[in-house]
Design a protein around this ligand. Structure first.
Ligand code: ATP
Length: 486
């Protein structure tokens, strides 16, 4: 299995089956170790190894060594009754990196939590890293700042609305820095309950608190030599802020339950969508910590401020979909015009989600303005005016459009600032009006044709051209593709 990323070393067949299925369910690619496998068939993109019933210490160490993954990049899961448990958790094995102990019967949530601790691998076989896209002036400024700050160890504070790419920037800084071959570890300070955050950040000793069944490394230790990304720092509790400040000042910390002080060499990049100056003024964020973190502030533009990057961002998201084996999607000129008018409160993440949604609805096809979900259709004057005229006609039960209303339609057509692809735009209007006519006439093609002042046969042709047969009544012959209707 060339894509295997979790190695299962377990002599008990039932146990091996359980772990393998759970890993597959979580989207990993487990491979069961088999003594008959040549060792070189096992050099893959390993992320974790499960060690269960294996008696032979030397073989266990040899297997770990053969994985060819730097120790700090490997999660070692050990069965609580494994013959290797004591040796591994006491640090007797020179290979053990991050260790998680699993009890049986296995609980899915426990396994999922343990797997979330698997450090991101940075091996040559890793999938292509995500690209930070953008040639606009605003993104050009961001890229220049990334290049300027990367070579140094200064703390960076990335500010900006949700979904603007703050985490991507943090990764980009790490990837351009001399620490690039060391781990990049991210933690969302807002998502972890305050009482657990300390042990998440600094680790804990076995027995430090109820549930601390084994010694565990914290994120600082996992990021040693590399970069620690503290997301949503503005949500950190005040007592935790004090502890973090001490690490930033002294570069030292203790695991929870230990009085042994550990030194750390970690670059800090923090991010928040909150206004930390206001939080500081209101006493919710320590001023001294704020100044420590914001040595180099980097403000991310909202998507509204770099709309020119939208085509390139869409191309990037399509490529990401294709890498996941999904379809891509195209946008017509008028659909792009509509998207430019949207406010994008969720920023680039919202755009990425929209592209994925439309790629599922319109696989490998072109999305027109009228196909967009309603809130993205913007204020395309032509379509909206057309729609309101037809609705007004029907509200008044009139079958013909008064001349002054037609004039009103013409009067409200405004040429967008950047010009318009006229053919495309007119097709959009046509599709929009046909859809509305069918809607109003309950899909009866003859009635819709009358409303549109055209021959029924002409409308049937258009329905075929635009693939709108499904909008007709199912017993209307026009609904059947390829049916010639006189
Ligand atoms: N310039 C960009 N180029 C390519 N992808 C981007 C860019 N900016 C954001 N993205 C994508 O948008 C999504 C959100 O980005 P990211 O998680 O970095 O945002 P964030 O600001 O950290 O969000 P939050 O504040 O919610 O944590 C991700 O899928 C990311 O890959």
């Amino acid at each position: 299995m060339p894509n295997s990323n979790v190695l299962i070393i377990e002599s008990n067949g039932t146990r091996a089956d359980i772990i393998t299925s759970a890993m597959q369910f979580m989207g990993f690619f487990p491979q069961r170790w088999d003594a008959s496998l040549p060792t070189d068939s096992m050099t893959h993109d390993w992320r974790a190894v499960y060690i269960g019933g294996i008696e032979d210490e030397t073989l266990c160490d040899q297997l770990l060594a053969s994985l060819e993954v730097p120790v700090e990049q490997l999660l070692v899961l050990v069965g609580s009754d494994s013959p290797q448990l004591e040796r591994l958790t006491k640090g007797g094995s020179s290979h053990a990196a991050q260790i998680e102990v699993l009890d049986f019967p296995l609980r899915y949530e426990r396994l999922a939590e343990a797997m979330r601790r698997a450090p991101t691998l940075r091996t040559q076989s890793n999938p292509a890293p995500l690209r930070l896209v953008g040639n606009s002036t605003a993104m050009g400024r961001v890229n220049a700042l990334i290049r300027q700050v990367s070579p140094f160890d200064s703390s960076v504070l990335v500010l900006g609305e949700s979904g603007t790419g703050k985490e991507m920037v943090a990764r980009a800084i790490h990837d351009c820095s001399p620490r690039r071959d060391k781990p990049f570890v991210a933690i969302n300070c807002g998502a972890i309950p305050a009482e657990l955050l300390e042990s998440e950040l600094f680790g804990h000793e076995k027995g430090a608190f109820t549930g601390a069944i084994s010694t565990r490394k914290g994120r600082f230790e996992m990021a040693e030599g590399g970069t620690l990304f503290l997301d949503e720092i503005g949500d950190m509790s005040l007592p935790m802020q004090v502890k973090l400040l001490r690490v930033l000042q002294e570069r030292m910390y203790e695991r929870v339950g230990s009085n042994r002080t550990q030194r750390c060499d970690v670059r800090i990049i923090a991010a928040t969508h909150r206004n930390l100056e206001v939080a500081t003024a209101e006493g919710r964020f320590r001023e001294d910590l704020y100044y420590r973190l914001s040595v180099f502030p980097l403000e991310m533009p909202s998507l509204r401020e770099h709309l020119d990057d939208m085509p390139e961002l869409i191309t990037e998201f399509n490529q990401r979909l294709q890498r996941r084996g999904l379809n891509s999607v195209r946008f017509s000129g008028s659909a792009m015009q509509s998207l430019r008018q949207h406010n994008w409160p969720g920023n680039v993440r919202e755009l990425s989600n929209l592209v994925e949604r439309l790629a599922i609805l319109y696989p490998n096809s072109e999305v027109r303005a009228s196909d967009l979900p309603e809130k993205y259709r913007g204020t395309q004057p032509i379509e909206e005016t057309g729609g309101s005229v037809v609705r007004a006609m029907l509200d008044g039960q009139s079958k013909t459009a008064p001349a002054h209303n037609r004039h009103l339609m013409d009067a409200e057509v405004l040429l967008p600032e950047g010009g318009v692809d006229l053919k495309d735009h007119l097709a959009d209007i046509e599709v929009g009006l046909i859809r509305q006519a069918l809607d109003i006439t309950d899909g009866v093609v003859a009635h819709a044709a009358k409303l549109l002042h055209m021959q029924r046969t002409t409308l049937v042709e258009k329905l075929r051209k635009y693939g709108l047969q499904s909008a007709c009544r199912s017993n209307d012959p026009a609904a059947e593709s390829g049916t010639a209707v006189a």
